[in-house]
Design a binder for this molecule. Structure first.
Ligand code: HEC
Length: 199
């Protein structure tokens, strides 16, 4: 047998043994009382701690730990703007929409816009949602020559995030990425409104 081939067989055999070992674990299921490599079995018998129970591992004896100061959730961008005109302007200048208006993004943006914005602003953003019809001003935002059509994405993101005047903040209801997607969907409304012939 040539040596390269023998080496190949050996390596393959070794890989198969490793694979078998990893698949079977270290306990023989057919013989539950028999433990193979018991010192490796701690994973089978570890006790899972419930979130709000006492715990002896941590100093404060709680399982549910407060994240260290300054920790931010993965994928979350902390915002540092003030909730006023200056903050809106700064957000308009500094924030860039991280998404492109591709099919998936616009599909999601439409869901978000329809759910959260149409009650006041209407399905086309014309300001004629059911809430507006009952007396709350429903600012038109759905045309390119509306203010909202001229302001940059970051400015609109600020309005949705912090609220403005009677419009409440949607920060706790719409996650950041969905806010950006709703804005891209609003842009498509504004583009089609622009393209429509004026009566
Ligand atoms: C509860 C009703 C309501 C909902 C829902 C709502 N808005 Fe508003 N929106 C308003 C009102 C009222 C104003 C005017 C605020 C003011 O007084 O400055 C406004 C203003 C705006 C403006 C600025 C318009 C301008 O020309 O000044 C934008 C942009 C906007 N909203 C976008 C949105 C988006 C996007 C959503 C969905 C995420 C949304 N709004 C959801 C009521 C609402």
């Amino acid at each position: 047998m040539n040596t390269a081939f023998a080496k190949h067989i050996k390596l393959t055999g070794f890989a198969l043994v490793l694979l078998a070992a990893s698949l079977s674990g270290c306990r023989v299921e057919r013989e539950p009382n028999y433990e193979w490599l018991p010192w490796l079995n701690y994973m089978f018998f570890s006790s899972a701690a419930e979130t709000n129970t006492a715990n002896t591992v941590f100093k404060n004896k709680l399982t549910n730990q407060v994240p260290p100061a300054g920790t931010i959730p993965r994928g979350f961008t902390p915002l540092h703007f003030t909730a006023d005109d200056a903050g809106r302007t700064a957000a308009g200048e500094q924030l860039v929409n991280p998404f492109k208006p591709d099919e998936d993004t616009l599909k999601r943006g439409k869901v978000v816009f329809t759910t959260f914005c149409t009650p006041c602003h209407g399905t086309t953003g014309a300001g004629d949602g059911p809430v507006s019809k009952r007396g709350m001003p429903g600012f038109p935002i759905g045309a390119a020559d509306n203010n909202a059509g001229k302001w940059p994405d970051g400015y609109l993101f600020h309005i949705v995030t912090y609220g403005r005047g009677v419009m409440p903040s949607y920060a706790s209801q719409i996650k950041q990425e969905d806010r950006w997607k709703a804005i891209l969907y609003l842009r498509t409304l504004q583009q089609s409104a622009k393209a429509a012939p004026t009566p």
